[in-house]
Design a protein around this ligand. Sequence first.
Ligand code: PHE
Length: 344
Amino acid sequence: MSEIELNLQTEQEKGLQSLAAINSLPELEVWKQSFLGKSSLVMTTFGKMGSFSKEERPLVGKAVNAVKVAFEAAFASKEEVLKRDALLQSMESEKLDVSLPGRAARRGRLHPINLSLREIYRIFGDMGFQVYSSPEVETDDMNFTYLNIPPYHPSRDMWDTFYTEDENVLLRTHTSPGQVRSMREYYPNPVRVILPGACMRYEQLDQSHEIEFMQFELLVVDKGITFADLKGTIEDFTKRMFGPGADTRFRPSHFPFTEPSAELDMACVFCGGSGCGVCHGTGWIELGGCGMVHPRVLQYGGYDPEVYSGFAAGVGIDRTTLLRYHIDDIRYLRNNDIRFLEQF
Ligand code: PHE
């Protein structure tokens, strides 16, 4: 065996021995440099193959190649072992304790207006009413004209609102336009609907007025509907909503879209009727308006007023909520104070 072959054999033993002692990836890199790098015996031997004689060359070539293959195989398996160890180690040291209890998600709750609304749906659902939703952005015709309030009629002043650039489009001031919409949809069948939703008014803000508020409209149209049906329905509602002791009164009033018309008041729950800031010293809180559907409105809805009659009411949900939960300022409902909202 030639000297170079002997050297290679020693190199192989040395290399494999030192590889066996290695137990980290950086050390492994250093090892690779010295045994398989540019200036390693293996590589320099490849580099000077030309200097060997014809007879030597195949023998040396074979020997150096065998060492290189042995080194590469040993390196690869060592690398695999070290990488797996490193992974296991990091899994151990960066371990997540999945048995730790998580942070509980903060549970929200329904807004008091929605709580009231659900109760309202439940009560009227019992009485056979269907919920009908109708747009908050309305046409002037629906909000006024079809409710028997023609353009330039002074009663429009009762419902000042926000207008859009389109002269015929506005934010509805009440849920009453839904009367005409639902009648047109149900015609010629009887109507028994509740229409909830937001309404807007240009108001002087105080303890009981906001520019945006929630209202629900009731509408019943059929043959033979009378004012007694209206009163019975409303009184049944207030007793179920506020308890059997709830005191209500109907006060004669005027709305262009009902005839006769009445205002529905509830005895003030804050002062017991003696007068306070919430009820403006009157002892009563206005919940809404009501009356028998005006013949012209029935006609706009498609019904013949000689055959059909109906009643309608529009009740404030914010006001209902104040009375139900004894909240003394309507502005709490919309100022998003968590301390207030958490009480429901
Ligand atoms: N739309 C009236 C208002 O908001 C209330 C109302 C509804 C009156 C239905 C009579 C009949 O002021």
